[in-house]
Write a protein that binds this ligand. Structure first.
Ligand code: ADP
Ligand code: MG
Length: 310
């Protein structure tokens, strides 16, 4: 449906997107996962034809979207990272305005506004000015606006950043329903691994302007199928302790968090004894140890040596 080849964007001298290849099939829910500054927003701005690329192509049903913008735009809904609403107007008035922009009028417009408000769960608050809304509610209206023209593809740029957990769950459930029940094709951008794990069938992991891994969640995790992660929570980090951990050959990777160490070790390695020994030797107080099968976060850690939320 959408095919991206060797896409790149350079701002003056800053390379924001180096070389991105990806595709989107009809009905899929695809995640674009990466830390801040990875180049996610720049990539999706180009895919949605809002930003011309420096190199590469984006094709929709085989046609270049920059040469044939009228093919993709009518079927595409974009939820930008920045909320784009008229704050002093009510949700209803905002939707009416954007509905008209999309060419809706009369009863069709009215029905669509009510249907979409229902979908985002804000029908009751529609007469209130947007500036009285919580961040999460504004996001939901932003999503509603992107859905007014019945798009077939929905591209969302970090729609849950900085909002309350309740709105976040509401949005996640909604996106899942749009995909599973209404058949919308979704491209969901996030730096939250859990969201992408919950929502997406297939994932692209991006870092420093490049796709560093891609595949189904299962495929990506199989990169680490012979490994497991050990999280050691401590009262405080101590250099002597991390030095001992680093010197241990059977630990494939180590990362320090705020009050914890994250280790990637080969499956079946009996390391807990050593870890407790090291802690005793260096007088580090261990509060908890958790052993888990890998998550997408661990795949990212493995590939880059950093956590997604650095
Ligand atoms: P993400 O959405 O993954 O956080 P962005 O696509 O917003 O990443 O940004 C990727 C990189 O490109 C960042 O280093 C950012 O500072 C830079 N960048 C983005 N937009 C511009 C711009 N208009 N001018 C210059 N640099 C930019
Ligand atoms: Mg961004």
């Amino acid at each position: 449906m959408i095919e991206v080849k060797n896409l790149g964007k350079t701002f003056k001298k800053k390379v924001a997107v180096e070389d991105v290849n990806m595709y989107l099939e009809e009905g899929e829910s695809v995640g674009l996962l990466g830390p801040n500054g990875a180049g996610k927003s720049t990539t999706i701005s180009m895919i949605s034809t809002l930003l011309p690329p420096t190199k590469g192509t984006v094709k929709f049903n085989g046609k270049d979207v920059f040469k044939h913008p009228k093919e993709l735009r009518p079927v595409l809904g974009v939820v930008p990272q920045e909320i784009a609403l008229y704050e002093e107007l009510s949700a209803y008035e905002n939707m009416k305005f954007f509905g008209k922009v999309y060419g809706l009028t009369g009863k069709e417009l009215e029905d669509k506004i009510q249907e979409t408000l229902e979908l985002v769960g804000l029908k009751e608050r529609q007469k209130d000015a947007v500036d009285t809304y919580s961040g999460g509610m504004k996001r939901r209206i932003n999503i509603a606006v992107a859905l007014m023209h019945d798009p077939k593809i929905l591209i969302m740029d970090e729609p849950t950043v900085g909002i309350d957990p309740q709105s976040r769950n509401y949005i996640l459930d909604m996106v899942r329903k749009l995909n599973r029940e209404k058949g919308l094709t979704i491209l969901y951008t996030s730096h939250y691994m859990e969201e992408v794990e919950k929502l997406c069938d297939r994932v692209y992991i991006m870092d420093h302007g490049q796709i560093i891994a891609s595949g189904t969640k299962e495929e990506l995790k199989s990169i680490l199928s012979n490994e497991e992660t050990v999280t050691i929570q401590v009262e405080e980090l101590k250099k002597e302790f991390s030095d001992l951990l680093s010197s241990q050959q059977r630990i494939n990777r180590m990362m320090e968090g705020e009050n914890e160490y994250n280790l990637i070790v080969s499956k079946g390695e009996q390391l807990l004894g050593e870890i407790f020994d090291y802690a005793r030797q260096t007088q580090v107080k261990i509060i908890g140890i958790h052993v888990q099968t890998p998550t997408l976060e661990d795949v990212f850690l493995h590939l880059t040596g950093r956590k997604l939320r650095d």
